[in-house]
Design a protein around this ligand. Structure first.
Ligand SMILES: [Zn+2]
Length: 677
């Protein structure tokens, strides 16, 4: 790789902008490769110097030196991977395919450096005598564990094999993501006439026409696929043939391109786990999570299956009655759910949208809630440029007016963005590095024609509150070490703060502030809200089953023992669902293997269970906010100081028990999901 750089490469020095916001106006695609190349060389030099230090290991000359190393690599990585998911190009995709295996190899070089590990191991052995504070002690333990889990204790031959496995897995993960991106675009449903879209709202039809123009199908209507099985349009499309085509396209995505790749990745991960002394990749992963053991995960998920399926079957009977048929097919489930909601609960999901306008939801909802609960204030900074015209930058200030960080909101779908919704960091909070946080939220809300208001669904509103919860975890981080900042917590814990933040979308004081008619300013009628909530409970069976099916599919791929051959990926998937009692033809898993990006292209391998695992803590915390005798602001302050601010600097379950006064209880979750029998 070339290390040629011009003097103008903006990654080479810390950003001069406020909060070290990356200087997007100056960043061009040709800056990435030289910055990555130089960034890796720089970090290897820094690491070599740490390892070769003739003085005995100290926390400062080893752990803190590691924390400071790789500054350039960190700057370019955060910006690059944000762009590759949020505003990609062919050149970026090619570069990602080149860079991912090199980064994997780079990390191996650091983690498998024997002299460096010897210093960490020495410190770890003496950790109780070093006089470290609690955070520093935890950082040392985390580093030591990270190196051991990365293979620092293996023999040379084993390490060589590990490097090969990591390189192939990194390349495969990138290929999976890129196949999915291409397949999702190619599988978009192209319809010739507006008649076929009967049932969709007028603005959804207009958006489909606009989408057709953008994707080169002038005069046609295009429904792009979202990143999960049951497309939301299925609830409204009146023509059963169109519904079937849409669901078929969704379920078939990635089968040919990604199915074999997924199976290969599962085999490689199993082999890697065995090298590291674990019976499966799942066992390897959960050892470092709050769950600890595969038994704990299996007993929790397993206990939910039967009541969730029973709920779903009750829902299916109601749907069949509504449809006047014997059984409901998958493509018709959401459609008849919507019919039942209207008939039984007198609600129409689209009736809410005029009351859910994006600007109001953001400022009078999401930001307003962060003010009520945590005392934060938000000011848009149009003078600070994001990485795309749609990426808006807001300055966040604390209750005393002091500066806290930046929030970048990028809410709209576009052809260059991957599906789903997520949070990224552009700058990680750290007192050691003198950095304040800069975080990004990405959503995929369809962009209306110019000049039209952005009206959201209730689901999209909840998603925005959810992603903003991740953003708060990053923004409110108050630690010294970047290793444990903000969202650097176990994966089966990281969804907890984001789920907690969803509660504010539904908090009467907050909702009445943002849910107002975009033309008249009238508040959303209270009975509309009540009926919507009753209707929502009606779908819990479906939602829990499609989630559990995906979680146990992930689990099946990753409990494969080393050396086992999974065989045909589709047959493997079917057998896995059957074995777990989740092979319901009418409810496909939320993700099938071919488009399960969480586990084959993201960080959630053997970790998708984490959503419901975290939801136990979330539901219990919502009870705490409701039950205790303090104001919201007082409770918010406790939750912030005890939990959000501490990131991964304390044991997460200790942080939970610290404010809750006890270990989590599952009853609130069971009640919420209607699983109490
Ligand atoms: Zn999340």
């Amino acid at each position: 790789m070339s290390t040629e750089t011009t003097g103008e490469n903006p990654f080479l020095s810390p950003s001069p902008l406020p909060y070290q916001l990356p200087p997007f106006a100056d960043i061009r695609e040709e800056h990435y490769l030289p910055a990555f190349t130089l960034g890796m060389i720089e970090q290897l030099d820094e690491v070599a110097a740490i390892a070769a230090d003739p003085s005995p290991a100290t926390f400062e000359n080893t752990v803190e030196a590691l924390e400071r190393s790789g500054a350039l690599l960190r700057r370019v990585s955060l910006v690059f991977f944000n762009q590759s998911s949020s505003d990609t190009t062919e050149a970026i995709q090619e570069l990602e395919a080149v860079i991912s295996p090199k980064l994997a190899a780079h990390n191996d070089t650091v983690h498998l450096d024997p002299a460096l590990f010897a210093r960490l191991d020495d410190l770890y052995t003496r950790r109780e005598q070093l006089g470290l504070d609690a955070e520093a002690l935890r950082v040392l333990e985390r580093y030591h564990s990270r190196f051991v889990r990365a293979g620092a204790r293996l023999t040379g031959a084993e390490q060589d094999r590990l490097r090969e496995l990591n390189a192939e897995l990194a390349a495969a993960g990138t290929a999976f993501e890129q196949n999915l991106f291409a397949d999702t675009r190619a599988a978009a449903l192209v319809l010739d006439s507006a008649d076929e879209l009967a049932g969709l709202s007028a603005d959804a039809v207009a958006a489909a026409a606009e989408n057709g123009r953008a994707l080169g199908h002038d005069g046609k209507y295009v429904i792009s696929l979202k990143n999960f099985s049951n497309q939301s349009e299925l609830a409204a499309l009146a023509d059963p043939k169109v519904r079937r085509r849409l669901l078929d396209a969704s379920l078939a995505r990635g089968t040919d391109s990604n199915g074999p790749l997924a199976a290969r990745m599962a085999v490689l991960r199993a082999e890697r786990a065995a090298l590291l002394g674990f019976p499966s990749h799942a066992a390897y992963e959960v050892a470092d999570q709050t769950a600890r053991t595969t038994d704990a995960v299996e007993s929790m998920l397993g206990g939910l299956v039967a009541p969730a399926v029973a709920n779903a079957l009750r829902e299916a009977a109601a749907l069949a009655e509504e449809a006047g048929v014997d059984g409901i097919e998958a493509a018709d489930w959401l459609y008849y759910s919507e019919q039942v909601r209207r008939a039984r609960f007198d609600v129409d999901a689209s009736a809410m949208r005029p009351y859910l306008e994006l600007e109001a939801v953001l400022r009078d909802g999401v930001f307003h809630a962060a003010g009520l609960v945590y005392g934060l204030a938000f000011t848009e900074r149009p003078d600070l440029l994001g990485y795309h015209p749609d990426a808006r930058v807001f300055e966040v200030t604390d209750s005393d007016g002091s500066p806290l960080g930046l929030y970048v909101g990028d809410f709209h779908a576009r052809a260059s963005k991957r599906g789903g919704a997520w949070m990224n960091e552009l700058v990680t909070q750290s007192r050691l590095l003198d950095q304040r946080p800069v975080v990004v939220n990405n959503l995929n809300i369809a962009k209306p024609p110019a000049g039209e208001p952005v009206l959201m669904t209730w689901d999209e509103v909840t998603t925005l509150f959810h992603e903003f919860g991740h953003a708060l975890h990053g923004l409110l981080s108050d630690v010294r070490h970047p290793l444990v900042a903000g969202t650097e917590v176990p994966r089966d814990f990281v969804e907890y703060p984001s789920q907690v933040n969803e509660m504010w979308s539904d908090w009467p004081e907050v909702r009445s502030n943002f849910a107002r008619h975009h033309l008249t300013g009238e508040p959303m009628p209270a009975d509309l809200v009540t009926r919507m909530k009753e209707a929502e409970n009606f779908g819990e069976g479906f939602r829990t089953v499609e989630y559990l099916a995906a979680a146990l599919l992930d689990w099946s791929w990753h409990t494969l023992p080393a050396g086992a051959d999974p065989g045909d990926p589709l047959a493997f998937e079917a057998a896995a669902l059957e074995r777990h009692g989740l092979k319901l033809d009418a409810i496909p898993p939320r993700y099938r293997t071919g488009y399960f990006a969480h586990i084959f292209a993201g960080g959630y391998a053997a970790g998708y269970y984490g959503y419901i695992w975290s939801e136990v803590l979330d539901a219990d915390t919502v009870e705490w906010f409701k039950e205790n005798g303090r104001t919201i602001r007082e409770s918010g302050e406790v939750f912030r100081r005890q939990l959000l601010a501490r990131g991964g600097s304390v044991d997460p379950m200790d942080a939970f028990a610290g404010f809750r006064g006890r270990a989590p209880e599952i009853a609130p979750l069971l009640a919420r999901r209607g699983l109490t029998g």
